[in-house]
Design a protein. Structure first.
Length: 166
């Protein structure tokens, strides 16, 4: 087994889990984005300077791939909306839990940087504060404080606006 295969086998489940959260548990999209992440990592592997951990580097690539995917999805959605005004009803199983997760995801997406990135890395991939700090070029304590303040803010918003206890 070559070095990159070992990297793929070690980190693929974590990258997939991270992308599953970012894609709102769209398994097909997450799988496609995971493959694209490792393809881009393979192409750029010679440029990896080791300034951060390999895991951190892969998550940064995954996040960039996801951002590109979202831009493409927005363009395609705009085209589809122009072509048709038909709407698809939401799924009916576990609606309340999915709605709560959707509201949380919306709150995260509305955050300014660096809070948005910190929340995504912490919640979607269980990234340590030290790794987040390395990615965002800040102190680990700063990342932890921003995360905890944001969680407290989310708890208050979710209870006041939607009646959810988190």
């Amino acid at each position: 087994m070559n070095e990159f295969e070992e990297i793929y086998n070690k980190y693929q489940p974590e990258v997939m889990r991270f992308l599953m959260h970012l894609t709102n548990f769209d398994a097909a999209a997450a799988e496609e984005l995971t493959q694209e992440t490792f393809y881009q990592a393979f192409l750029s592997f010679g440029k990896f300077r080791g300034e951060c951990s390999l895991r951190t580097w892969l998550f940064q690539i995954a996040r960039n791939i996801y951002a590109k995917y979202i831009r493409k999805e927005i363009r395609q959605r705009d085209i589809r909306e122009k072509q048709s005004d038909l709407s698809v009803p939401p799924p009916t199983d576990d609606i309340e839990q999915k709605e709560m997760l959707s509201k949380l995801r919306e709150l995260i997406d509305e955050l300014e940087e660096p809070a948005r990135s910190i929340m995504q890395y912490r919640l979607y991939s269980d990234t340590s504060y030290a790794e987040i700090a390395a990615i965002l070029k800040m102190r680990a304590n700063t990342a932890a404080v921003i995360y905890n303040r944001t969680v407290a803010k989310f708890r208050k918003i979710m209870k006041e606006r939607y009646g959810y206890e988190i």
